[in-house]
Design a protein. Structure first.
Length: 439
């Protein structure tokens, strides 16, 4: 959903103003109803952004009901009370408010922006949507068809096929091992009762994490949250257990008629609360971060012209952790690109990184960090992310010091620990020449 022009303009002003601040002052807000939120209060512009994340996400699908949470999330704004989907949209637009709903493997998220003058009415409208969605059958059928259309497209998209195969190999029967959208069969079979059950299992007060930023005081936020979320169930469905890591080293090739192949590769990762995480974060940036100076970009693209782009990323999820990478290449270049990846994986594990690489990466990571605070919405989202990761409330003001504290000795010790070239698995979707499925 596009932001209303007034909110977009306000956000732009705040984007230009915020990074100049030396620190971000975060308040912890406790509501009379027992909720906790983090707030960055700023009365310079007359709007507030609110970010809610409910732990569990699509992983809370009941057995045999894969896709229920995803479909339910898409129906939250499709009518409530005496308002059908059209009336709800008109009411929202009349308040110049923005509500976005999304679900992933670990969370169901709600992002709201509202003008100060309309805050009470916008809160009441959002409360109705969260606590009493209508789930009209015509809306279910319409949104379900949209999801099915997406699933049909995914079935013909190598960029969707490759991660799906990787997840299945890595996590087996755990919810992480299958797409949150479900399959065409499971999606088609979902009933209204399934969606009601998914709503009750997922949107509960015991698992909500809250961040807010903008023109609101702590007392006002506390009252708003109790009004907004007071009608939700106190507890939801039990969270799934930790995901087993079932990925074995090797290569999986999925035949797909295309002049180029999509390649996803990876191994087990590192937990966000691991003492070595910041060193791992720096190492990943050196090896496969988004800059052209990253080793893989240099070796695979710049020196050999094997791909247009390649990158790696740490994936610390709630119930598992991965170190992943991906690239696309013409079929005749895939095998060579994979060999370069293996060689660079082994080189960083055995040789580590240089002092110059460490210094340059620290400069980039610490210098770019303030740019993330580019408005009320991103700030609220950061506040939620910090809480989801169990970070301290002063993290935004100490994070760069943690980056700076990583020594070359730390980085190279963690490189030897983290990078395991013998554990890499490549999933290749295409018709690559000279690629075998042997490890």
């Amino acid at each position: 959903m596009m932001l209303r022009p007034v909110l977009a303009a306000l956000s732009l002003v705040l984007t230009l103003a915020l990074p100049a601040r030396a620190e971000v002052a975060i308040q912890e807000v406790k509501t009379p109803g027992g909720l906790t939120a983090w707030l960055v209060e700023d009365h310079g512009l007359p709007f507030v952004s609110l970010e809610l994340q409910f732990r569990g996400g699509t992983s809370l699908d009941a057995p045999g009901k894969r896709g229920a949470v995803y479909l339910m999330t898409g129906l939250i704004e499709e009518g409530t009370g005496d308002m059908d989907s059209r009336a709800f949209a008109e009411a929202r637009d009349g308040l110049a408010a923005s509500f976005l709903f999304d679900s992933g493997a670990d969370t169901l998220s709600v992002s709201a922006r509202m003008l100060t003058e309309n805050r009470d009415a916008a809160t009441d409208l959002l409360r109705q949507a969260l606590t009493a969605p209508r789930f009209d059958q015509d809306a279910i059928d319409r949104v379900r068809e949209q999801v099915l259309s997406g699933l049909r497209s995914d079935a013909m998209d190598p960029n969707a096929i490759a991660p799906r195969i990787f997840d299945r190999l890595a996590f087996g029967d755990h919810p992480y091992g299958t797409p949150g959208k479900g399959t065409p069969e499971t999606m088609a079979a979902l009933t209204r009762d399934d969606l009601v059950a998914a709503h009750k299992a997922t949107l509960a007060r015991d698992r909500v994490v809250i961040g807010a930023a903008g023109d609101i005081t702590a007392d006002e936020l506390a009252a708003l949250l109790d009004k907004l979320l007071g009608g939700l169930p106190e507890t939801g469905a039990p969270l799934p257990p930790q995901a087993p890591w079932t990925l074995k080293p090797g290569v999986t090739v999925e035949d797909f008629p295309s002049p180029q192949s999509v390649v996803f590769f990876g191994q087990g990762g590192i937990r966000r609360d691991d003492p070595d995480f910041f060193a791992a974060f720096i190492l990943n940036e050196v090896l496969g971060g988004g800059r052209f100076s990253a080793r893989l970009m240099t070796e695979v693209r710049e020196k050999r012209g094997l791909t247009y782009g390649i990158g790696t990323y740490l994936v610390p999820m709630d119930l598992a952790e991965m170190l992943m990478g991906q690239f696309s290449a013409s079929n005749e270049k895939v095998a060579e690109a994979m060999e370069v990846v293996r060689a660079e994986w082994a080189r960083i594990a055995t040789e580590g990184i240089t002092a110059d690489e460490l210094a340059a990466t620290k400069t980039y990571l610490t210098g770019s960090y303030p740019l993330r605070f580019s408005g009320n919405g991103p700030i609220a989202n950061i506040l939620v992310g910090m809480q989801m990761d169990d970070l301290p409330i002063d993290y935004v003001n100490t994070r760069n010091a943690k980056i700076e504290a990583v020594t070359l000795e730390d980085a190279n010790r963690v490189a030897a620990r983290l990078f395991q070239p013998q554990a890499l698995h490549f999933v290749v979707v295409g018709q690559p020449a000279g690629v075998t499925t042997a490890p």
